[in-house]
Design a protein around this ligand. Sequence first.
Ligand code: NAI
Length: 306
Amino acid sequence: AKISVIGAGNVGATTVQRLAELELGEIVMTDIVEGLPQGKALDLMQAGAIKGYDTSIIGTNDYAEIVDSDLVIITAGIARKPGMTREDLIKTNSKIIAEVSRNIAKYAPDSVVINVTNPLDIITYIAMKSTGFETKKVFGMSGVLDSGRFASFIAEELKCSKKDVQAMVIGGHGDLMVPLPQYTTVSGVPLTDLLPEDRIAKLVERTVNGGAEIVELLKQGSAFYAPSAAIVSMAEAVIKNSRRILPASSYLEGQYGQEGIYFGVPVKLGASGVEEILELKLEESQYEILRKSSETIRNTISQLEV
Ligand code: NAI
C-alpha cells in the first residue's frame, strides 16, 4: 500500500514514524517548507536500520509524489496556541486544506482521506467538498483521540491497565464533544457500575479539556503523540480492511438527527473508508449537546466559501 502524509510538522512526522515502524506500506511525506520533509524522511529512514524496518519514506515538496496513494492523511496547517480555540484556526487552515485537497483529487483520485487538521469537523467537510470525493472516503480523526484520553483518565482513576478500558467519545471535536460513559467499559464491565456519577463527571470534564490542558503546558504547539497514535489506528483499519469500529468524524445523512455536516460518530472502518455508521441510543442531555454542536458546525459551514 502507499500512504501519503501531508504536513511534516509534529503530528505528521510522528505519524510517519509510527506508520514506518508498522511497515504498513511505502510512505510519502510532504510539506510546504523546503527541506523539512526531506530531512525528516532521511532521519526516519536511518532509524529503520536501528529499529528494524525497511519502509520506504520519501520526503518532498512536490505533490506529484503522492500519485496513486491508497490513503492520504492531512496534517498540514497551523495548531493552537494557549488561549486559542480550535475554531480560531479556521481562516488559515481552510485555505490550506482547499489547496491540499485539490492536489489529492488530482494525483490520488482513488485514495481514502483521513483529515486531522483543526477545526476538525469543519476542515473535514472542506476536504470532502474540495476533493469532490464520495463522502464515505473522507473522514476525520477526533473520537479515537478523545476516547483514548478518556480511557487514560479512567485507568488512572481505577488504578488499572489502560489496555482494559474501552471508551467511546462522539460529537464535535471541541468543547461540545460527548463522552459516553454508558458505552464505556472496563473488560466488559460498564464504567457506570465501577465509579459513582460525580467521579465520572470529573473524568468527562477533563477529557473535554484534554487538548487544552496540553496546549497550556507546552506553551507552544499542541499534542501529537496521542494524536498520531489515534491516526495510525485508523490508518491501519483502512490499509488492512479490518472493519474496526471506531469513532470518526463522518458525513451524516440523517443519523443522530443530522444531515449535511460532519461530526464524530462510531463507524465501521475498512478499505473503502466509512463502511457503516452505527447509531447509538443516547440520553436526552447528550442529544442536546449534539444539537448544539451541530448548530455551531452548520453556522460555520454556511459562512464558508467552498
Ligand atoms: P505543526 O505546526 O507542527 O505542523 C504543521 C505543518 O503543516 C508544518 O510543518 C507546516 O509547514 C505545514 N504546512 C503549512 N501549510 C502547508 C501547506 N499549504 N501545505 C503543506 N504543508 C503545510 O502542527 P501540528 O502540531 O502537526 O498540527 C497540525 C494540525 O493538526 C493542526 O491544525 C492541529 O490543530 C491539528 N491537530 C488535530 C488533532 C485532532 O485530534 N484532530 C490533534 C492534534 C493536532
